[in-house]
Design a protein around this ligand. Structure first.
Ligand code: FAD
Length: 362
């Protein structure tokens, strides 16, 4: 069916910003913290938020919730050091451990009062839960798990890019009619910005206006997620990853050998995880972890987009593949065309005796 000029006019009219939202200005980053420390994704988003705010010529704000005490204020100071111009702070005993109801009320009230045009949250367990309920309450658009954020200068809209159709395409989503424009981004997708100690700004305090009996969930106990012994891929400096090109589970030992010599974590593509050669914690990509190491060595991995989105933030990518036309060579820093079964042991020996991984990333 072809579009008539009237259809086009209607589409444009539909896409016009509702006049109620004309006054919305500024970029906000929700500062997520737990048990005294801020989740690094908040500062990664602060770096991204700074770029968006500068493009729009508006202030960048951090949003901090917490119980009364010195911690919340120190998180505001940290937010300034990572680029925030101001902070909105809600201190209330009900904001100790995360519960959806008080956090949603606090954030929606703040948005309705101070009217930001963009609101960013980490795509963490907390961030996903909060972003969904805030967007639903405010009846605005939310683009989840973005891999890139920009500004469409024609209409000052947030251009939020994310994988779609099972990751085979990247689509850019604009929220044209509603404000704020909301997006979540997974940890390690964006770069950590530099910290500038001593940078400061105003803190705007706001009340929560809620009492315990209005909240249906009660916190009975806190059981920390014990990560001891579990792979920490998201924060590893060096990763050696293997794919289906390793052919057999026994061959995957070559990946472990090189990783041991480098002091690296082991990663894998999805087929390797699905075959049960390594556990799910080690899958890298769209449905696995996003990593940002200094060095990523990929052996027998073709470089499909669903894998690429999880590792292309690495400073240096070394790809080992038998096929010189493998897509991974399009974005690898160094490519080695050859059989991983002979190249991996040679690299292991070289690093064991002569080389240091930093020599590749210097
Ligand atoms: P292949 O694509 O089969 O590539 C194997 C490579 O090994 C080839 O390039 C081949 O040339 C090379 N090779 C063969 N023999 C040798 C040798 N002897 N030495 C060196 N190289 C050799 N994939 C992920 O990795 N992570 C995800 O999170 C993920 N999420 C997905 C989500 C969805 C919704 C979908 C639809 C797919 C997802 N995938 C994911 C799968 C993805 O599309 C690819 O199928 C997958 O990444 C391919 O893995 P691979 O590169 O190991 O295998």
């Amino acid at each position: 069916m072809s579009e008539t000029p009237d259809d086009k006019k209607n589409l444009r009219r539909k896409a016009e910003l509702d006049p109620r939202f004309a006054s919305y200005r500024g970029v906000w980053v929700f500062v997520e913290h737990e048990r005294g420390s801020v989740h690094p994704v908040s500062w990664e988003l602060m770096g991204e938020g700074r770029k968006l705010a500068d493009k729009l010529g508006v202030p960048l704000a951090g949003v901090v919730f917490g119980p009364p005490g010195p911690s919340s204020r120190s998180f505001c100071q940290e937010a300034f050091a990572y680029g925030a111009d101001l902070c909105y702070l809600i201190e209330d005993p009900l904001l100790g451990d995360y519960r959806n109801q008080p956090f949603t009320k606090g954030l929606t009230d703040l948005v309705n009062t101070y009217q930001p045009e963009i609101l960013l949250l980490g795509a963490t367990t907390l961030g996903r839960d909060l972003a969904g309920s805030v967007a639903t309450t405010l009846q605005t658009g939310l683009t989840a798990d973005c891999t890139e954020l920009g500004i469409d200068l024609e209409n000052r809209s947030l251009a939020a890019t994310r994988p779609t159709f099972g990751g085979s395409l990247l689509c850019t989503i604009l929220t044209l009619r509603h404000r704020p424009q909301m997006a979540t981004v997974r940890p390690r997708v964006m770069k950590m910005p530099p910290k500038i100690p001593g940078r400061t700004g105003p803190i705007i305090e706001h009340p929560l206006g809620m009492i315990e009996t209005q909240i249906v969930t009660k916190i009975l106990d806190y059981l920390p997620d014990d990560r001891t012994g579990k792979p920490q891929l998201a924060f590893a400096d060096f990763i050696v990853a293997g794919g289906r090109g390793m052919k057999r589970p026994e061959n995957f030992q070559l990946i472990w050998d090189l990783a041991t010599v480098l002091g690296a974590e082991v990663g894998a593509s999805r087929p390797v995880v699905q075959a049960g050669w390594v556990d799910l914690e080690r899958q890298i990509g769209q449905s696995g972890k996003t990593v940002r190491p200094k060095l990523y060595i990929a052996a027998g991995i073709s470089g499909a987009v669903q894998h690429r989105v999880g590792m292309e933030g690495a400073d240096v990518i070394v790809a080992i593949n038998i096929d010189e036309n493998a897509p991974i060579f399009d974005f690898a820093t160094f490519g080695i065309v050859g059989n991983a079964m002979t190249i991996l042991p040679a690299l292991t020996e070289a690093f064991r005796h002569h080389l240091h991984p930093e020599s590749l990333v210097a």
